[in-house]
Design a binder for this molecule. Structure first.
Ligand SMILES: Cc1cc2nc3c(=O)[nH]c(=O)nc-3n(C[C@H](O)[C@H](O)[C@H](O)COP(=O)(O)OP(=O)(O)OC[C@H]3O[C@@H](n4cnc5c(N)ncnc54)[C@H](O)[C@@H]3O)c2cc1C
Length: 391
């Protein structure tokens, strides 16, 4: 059944059927004390799609089970039910609350044991000290150029200052220690374990100021690689000469070729690099693309500042891509974008943690037993998979 815009304008009451959304862990612990022990940021092990997060979906998809909502009693009623408590779902709840007021009843469901989706955090206790790490995505991506007015307004509501983030990030921490970016060549792939420091190359969303790279001349840098001389020479000319490696093609043909071929194909077929020289680049896209150069198109390699792509008469990068390339990854919380997820959860459910600033959110201890409290207009239910939606 279609859900029309008018349904939402008129305000639909959405019902949640019992049994469809088992909150297994917390509901299995009726004691309040046991509930307050629940603190997923300290859990270790593989924390992606952990056991408990996928069984309900597998039952529907892989095992072909049907859910007949007519057979389950309706237990609860809400103005809005949001499936997924990642950045999108949490932001949707904030926007709805802005429109409808704080008494509007919202339920957020997430199949994982923590909220945030790809924006989670890890907390470790090391010798009595708390150490925070990203359990997911790291930094606001190009907020100065690419965030919409709507996104910026939400950040303002949450007391997030982009300028404050930029000021807090110590961009010269490594340069001040006389360190530089380097490349580790491993024995398995290159026959020897060797670190070559002083990389002068540009990196996507680089947080090191260009004049503080402690870089070496490109010739000296590459000539230290544990690679045959012919490979080193080929890599130097790839970095220093502006050649048209797709000569003979129109601009449109070049773009189509680059969209449909990987950067490793480009290096092998068009530049003529050997396998060992290509291996040097293999992991250069892992950070931004989350995949190696064999899975990254030549077009995307351009956004990752990889060499060999600027002498082919291509039009300049579009402003959004250029901002992604150039805006540094300095707009982030110590726990990455989990800080933003936590700010939104605290905004929606104030009982979950004290405080109201972007600074105090970092160490604010979250009481997970408050997330799905019957007395709160906004409830966030973890370990719960949405398996059926109807208007
Ligand atoms: C490795 C990696 C690094 C990244 N780094 C950055 C970065 O540094 N900066 C940046 O801006 N972006 C980054 N991104 C992208 C960013 O993480 C995502 O764009 C963003 O987190 C997506 O948020 P979302 O809420 O749309 O989806 P998600 O974070 O995926 O959240 C959706 C949630 O809904 C749940 N869900 C889905 N179906 C159901 C269901 N039926 N019932 C219950 N729950 C359900 C999901 O399991 C999940 O928990 C990165 C992504 C990856 C993979």
């Amino acid at each position: 059944m279609a859900i029309t815009r008018r349904d939402f304008i008129n305000g639909v009451a959405i019902t949640v059927a019992a049994g469809v959304t088992p909150w297994q862990i917390l509901r299995a612990s009726p004691q309040t004390a046991a509930r307050s022990l629940y603190y997923p940021p300290v859990l270790t092990g593989l924390r992606g799609n952990h056991p408990g997060s996928f069984e309900a979906a597998h039952a529907l998809g892989r095992e072909g089970k049907n859910v007949n909502p007519a057979n389950v009693p309706v237990e609860e009623t809400y103005d809005l039910v949001i499936v997924g408590a990642g950045i999108s779902g949490l932001a949707a709840a904030c926007f709805w609350q802005e429109l409808r007021g704080k008494t509007s009843r919202i339920l957020l469901l997430d199949n994982h044991d923590d909220f945030g989706g790809h924006a989670k955090r890890n907390e470790f206790n090391v010798d009595g000290k708390t150490v925070l790490g990203y359990g997911g995505s790291e930094s606001f991506q190009s907020p100065r150029n690419n965030f919409s007015e709507t996104a910026m307004a939400l950040l303002k509501t949450l007391n997030v200052s982009i300028e404050g983030m930029a000021k807090s990030f110590d961009q010269t921490f490594y340069p001040d220690l006389n360190l530089s970016r380097g490349v580790f060549f491993d024995k398995k792939n290159f026959g020897v374990n060797k670190i070559v420091a002083g990389d002068p190359g540009r990196a996507v969303a680089d947080d090191i100021p260009p004049d503080r790279m402690n870089a070496r001349d490109i010739n000296a840098f590459i000539n230290d690689f544990p690679l045959p001389q012919a490979d080193r020479e080929a890599l130097i000319s790839l970095h220093t000469e502006q050649k048209d490696y797709l000569a003979g093609m129109s601009i449109e043909e070049k773009q189509a070729w680059m969209d449909s071929h990987s950067y490793s194909q480009f290096l092998r077929e068009k530049v003529g690099l050997s396998d060992s020289a290509i291996r040097y680049f293999q992991q250069r896209t892992n950070d931004f693309q989350a995949i190696g150069i064999d899975g990254t198109s030549a077009s995307d390699a351009r956004i990752c500042a990889l060499p060999g792509l600027e002498g082919m008469g291509l039009p300049p990068l579009d402003p959004e891509s250029l901002a992604d390339l150039e805006e540094p990854y300095i707009y982030h919380f110590p726990d990455g974008n989990a800080g933003l997820a936590r700010l939104m959860v605290r905004h929606l459910i104030p009982a979950v943690a004290p405080g109201n600033t972007m600074d105090d959110i970092v160490l604010a201890k979250f009481d997970y037993s408050q997330l799905d409290n019957a007395g709160s207009p906004v409830r966030l239910r973890l370990n719960s998979t949405g398996v059926h939606a109807a208007n």
